[in-house]
Design a protein around this ligand. Structure first.
Ligand code: SAH
Length: 257
């Protein structure tokens, strides 16, 4: 069995219990060395074979994993955050299907959740935004035209932008062209949950300037939207005048006088 495991956003204790157990039992681990915290590998058994996929092609990764599986070994493919986002797991899973090799996915804490924690933010605030757009600027991997930053910005929903720290000037321009006001609150979260985490709050217009001042060029997420401001509505779920599945509406609290 091959298991794709989400390593979490960085901090060693933010891998899931299941992921940790899989790492402890693994005979072979192929980890995404560019972003996975190498400290996680100290959980592996002494004789576990460890490969850094940052230096490998898809073909080489598949060769290690399929040979391991055929030798009856437990193989873990360790991806940063949750493997479902920009993880390039589908191409690996399809190769495994072709070879009739069984696999499973163990989810992880994505960095967009780590960034929210660092910011103390709720991405979905009543009266502000009830949606989160996870996207990126086009880089070497193109983004379909219909998914331009500009088109998403028109919704004024919360946006979390991956893989774009080197293109912040263009990102600001696109967000503003799409309809976001230049002074909309934004944040850059560098290495969320790592010991060297940095949180920089600014406005959409000042993204590039802020990153430059703080020397941040990679491994950051950009969060954009009025959820980073101070205005929002109270939740209905905890509103005393609302009945929910679990609680009857209560009378308004009367003062003693
Ligand atoms: N699957 C991963 C994302 C991989 S793409 C996840 O779920 O988080 C790599 C990009 O993710 C980086 O370029 C950066 O934009 C972002 N990223 C990954 N870890 C991060 C972290 N700890 N803090 C901020 N951004 C991070």
């Amino acid at each position: 069995m091959i298991t794709f495991v989400g390593a979490g956003p960085g901090a060693e204790d933010l891998i899931t219990v299941r992921g940790q157990n899989l790492l402890r039992e693994a005979d072979i681990v192929v980890y995404a060395g560019s972003l996975v915290n190498p400290g996680l590998l100290s959980m592996c058994r002494e004789n576990c074979e460890i490969y850094n996929s940052a230096k490998m092609t898809l073909e080489e990764v598949m060769e290690v994993m399929t040979a391991g599986e055929r030798a009856g070994k437990k193989v873990v493919r360790l991806h940063t955050g949750d493997p479902c986002l920009y993880g390039a797991i589908r191409e690996q899973m399809d190769e495994l299907e072709k070879e009739n090799i069984p696999y499973e996915v163990c989810p992880g804490v994505s960095s967009f959740c780590g960034a929210a924690a660092a910011l103390g933010a709720e991405y979905t605030l009543p009266g502000v935004s009830q949606s989160v757009v996870i996207t990126r600027m086009a880089g070497r991997t193109p983004v379909p035209d219909r998914e331009s930053i500009r088109s998403f910005a028109a919704h004024q929903a919360t946006m979390v932008i991956f893989l774009s720290t080197g293109m912040l000037k263009e990102l600001s321009e696109e967000l503003i062209r799409g309809g976001y006001a230049a002074d909309t609150p934004a944040a850059i979260v560098y290495k969320a949950t790592w010991p060297e985490e940095k949180v920089m709050r600014c406005t959409i217009k000042k993204l590039a300037e802020t990153a430059e001042k703080e020397n941040v060029t990679k491994t950051a997420l950009i969060v954009v939207g009025r959820i980073l401001g101070s205005e929002y509505d109270r939740s209905k779920l905890y509103d005393p005048s609302f009945t929910t599945e679990f609680r009857e509406a209560s009378a308004p609290v009367q003062s003693e006088k």
